[in-house]
Design a protein around this ligand. Sequence first.
Ligand SMILES: [Zn+2]
Ligand SMILES: [Zn+2]
Length: 255
Amino acid sequence: MKIIQIPLLRDNYGYLVVCEKTKRAAIVDPSEAEPVLRRIEEEKVMPVAILNTHHHRDHTGGNEGLLAVHKLKVYGHKSDEGRVFGMTDGVDEGAMIEIGELKGKVFFIPGHTTGHVAYLFDNNLFCGDTLFTAGCGRLFEGTPEQMQSSLTKLMALADNTKVYCGHEYTESNLRFAMTVEGRNPKLAARFERVQGLRARGTSTVPSTMEEEKLTNPFLRWDSKEIQASVKAANPASRTDPVAIFAAVRKMKDSF
Ligand SMILES: [Zn+2]
Ligand SMILES: [Zn+2]
């Protein structure tokens, strides 16, 4: 399997997931069509499907332009019928997708939107705007309970799972993380490394699930330091996982 990252719009990432045996490819979250079409030609692959993680325009804006050129299946959560352009295959938790000889598994992970899904091919996770490198998506349509439960589901994946998210937000996410868990040495080291990569214009995506569990403040409701940061901002806050997650999300919203 080959994964090709395509920078799109200002800070989005789309991806080609290529079955190297058959040269068939899936297009994950095409924000726009042109750069994706160019890359498909350069790589000499045969696109067979679009995998949309959710309905937001910066993840589906290229569907129409791609469908004008290629015959493609379009996958998205079944509840996003009418919100994802050209959707042919509404899927839900546990569905399997075949791209050439590759097999992908669908995870239903609402919170950022009510119809958000992730796609897992081997240990490569395409998680859109739910789990970001060092962050998580805003709660536009879902509740903190939903998002915390979706993130918990993703945390059950193997530590070596590669996290391919929808945006290059790592540096600003880490800047926030340092304000709630600045004494975490692994976090400080990641922040320094990421600042160096961004100064050279290098992508910081993918990360690994292990790295996220160790340094992503939205997965660290068990951290004493994060619990203390939440308590300092709001002494009345509870310390159960959902309450800590919700409080950290709120702090990030106004960061
Ligand atoms: Zn989104
Ligand atoms: Zn997005």
